[in-house]
Design a protein around this ligand. Structure first.
Ligand code: FAD
Length: 459
């Protein structure tokens, strides 16, 4: 029998985990399927591959990156560390719990380089269309090579695959609402997807629209780098942190008149810039309708058995071969992607069985129902912990290593509730090395240099 062929879309942390686990299985002597990875950027790392660019790239493609300069981990590194490749393994010593982007990216790359994964990726190759042919029982995938586009507009020959793994991320296509008067606002209006350098807002007054992670982090960032005032405006409930005097929260705004923002509680304020931190869309226009996930940002996107196999209610060509990796909203990140990757590969290898469609749907609906009754972030953390642990058990991830970092997440959240300015100055203990991380030489709010060199320098 010809070996199975998998099309893997994306070489961010999720896609790289698929390549990593595949190589690991190969090294263990398993007869692994062929995986062809397409990545539209010129480097691996997905969002962690920082770009200064906004809008479109040099080929006219929408920019994938949403990360900005001075971005520091928003959760403790001990909650995302790989048990088989710890931060101590990578850096040769313990490092503080909340590293900046470059330090995290370097860590990820260390694990990927060890396995020689770069040569497995078709860079600058964007997937244009995925369809499924019921007669041949195969997927057809159309890609375009961006390197040659300007010369020849090189659409590659259509490739056929037995499975498709979508690992294209879901924090790249901004959701941008509008409000009366924004079109005539005499200042910068943008979405956080295009935010790069907080220094742009020095001495400025900013309206931040939204009440989630981006709103919180960008409010702190801009104040840290010199903004004079930030007002965060929320639709349903405030973030509720103990903000410094320079940050405040107000209910949603109704309209803008010139530079003056009118809020629904009747108050007004003058601002110089408006930043929409209103989240991102799951957006897969290059996947044919019957295979396409449609979801808002959720800890359990709909129609995914075990959060992975696309199992819609209606007709999807009768296959269980369209898989999505890393589509969940995230407390757990790298380890969750890694577990999903191994689960997916073991499923393709026939080492994990799935039940009939009715049972699969009952299972995924059960998870979705549980999520609906989740009352707060602590319940959400429990939910995702259970999700990760179940998958890990199914695929015997690292012979049953315990990935449960609930306690770390609880403490982290509690720290934030106490003081949002200093939660990144705390230290956590690695579950896998037992080492308590050292305290960084500078507090987060005073550390203006986010380079790896500065972070790693000891006093
Ligand atoms: C501002 C911001 C801050 C964050 N901070 C943290 C943090 O501190 N800690 C943390 O753990 N997580 C953080 N995250 C979460 C982040 O989502 C994950 O860490 C991780 O990057 C998700 O990996 P992924 O591979 O699923 O997706 P991505 O990283 O988005 O990678 C997807 C890849 O798919 C490629 N791709 C997309 N479409 C196509 C196509 N059609 N054809 C070919 N290739 C395609 C993209 O180019 C990209 O390389 C943050 C996210 C954002 C937006």
């Amino acid at each position: 029998m010809a070996p199975k062929r998998i099309c893997l879309i994306g070489a961010g942390p999720s896609g790289m985990s698929v390549l990593f686990q595949l190589e690991k299985l190969r090294k263990e002597g398993v007869d692994v399927p062929e995986v062809v990875c397409y990545e539209k950027q010129s480097n691996w790392g997905g969002l962690w591959n920082y770009t200064w660019r906004t809008g479109n790239d040099e080929h006219g493609e929408p920019i994938h990156g949403s990360m900005y300069r001075y971005l520091w981990s928003n959760g403790p590194k001990e909650a995302l560390e790989f048990p088989d490749y710890t931060f101590e393994d990578h850096y040769g010593r313990a490092i503080p719990s909340f590293p900046p982007r470059e330090v995290l990216f370097d860590y990820l790359q260390g694990r990927w380089k060890k396995m020689g994964l770069k040569e497995k990726i078709n860079f600058k190759t964007v997937v244009r269309m995925v369809t499924f042919n019921e007669e041949t029982d195969k997927f057809s995938v159309v890609t375009e090579n961006l390197t040659e586009r300007n010369l020849t507009s090189k659409i590659q020959p259509t490739e056929e695959f037995d499975y498709v793994f979508v690992a294209s991320g879901h924090y790249s296509v901004p959701y941008v609402p509008t409000y009366p008067g924004v079109d005539r606002f005499p200042g910068r209006v943008m979405h956080s997807h295009d935010f790069r350098d907080a220094c742009e807002f020095k001495d400025k007054r900013i309206l931040i629209v939204g009440a989630s992670y981006s709103a919180e982090d960008i409010a702190l960032q801009t104040i840290k780098y010199g903004a004079s005032k930030v007002i965060c405006t929320y639709r349903s409930k405030p973030q509720g942190y103990k903000w410094p005097e320079t940050i405040e929260e107000r209910p949603i705004f109704t309209h803008v008149d010139g530079k003056v923002v009118h809020f629904s509680d009747g108050t007004t304020a003058e601002v110089d810039a408006i930043m929409f931190c209103t989240g991102y869309l799951h957006y897969y226009p290059w996947i044919e309708d019957k295979l396409r996930l449609r979801s808002v940002n959720s800890l359990y996107p709909p129609n995914l058995y075990k959060g992975i196999i696309f199992t819609p209610e209606g007709h999807n060509g009768g296959n269980n071969k369209m898989l999505y990796i890393g589509t969940q909203d995230q407390y757990y990140t790298y380890t969750m992607f890694d577990v999903e990757a191994l689960w997916a590969l073991k499923y393709v290898l026939g080492q994990i069985d799935v039940p009939d469609k009715k049972t699969m749907r009952a299972n995924l609906i059960g998870w979705a129902e549980r999520l609906k009754s989740s009352k707060d972030c602590y319940a959400d953390i429990d939910f995702q912990t259970d999700f990760v642990l179940e998958l890990a058990k199914d695929c015997n991830y690292l012979d049953g290593v315990d990935l449960d970092v609930t306690k770390i997440f609880y403490d982290w959240h509690h720290d934030k509730e106490i003081d949002v300015l200093s939660y990144r100055d705390k230290s956590f203990t690695s579950k896998f090395t037992g080492t308590k991380s050292p305290i960084h030489h500078s507090t987060f709010m005073s550390a203006l240099d986010d380079s790896k060199e500065c972070f790693m320098a000891t006093k």
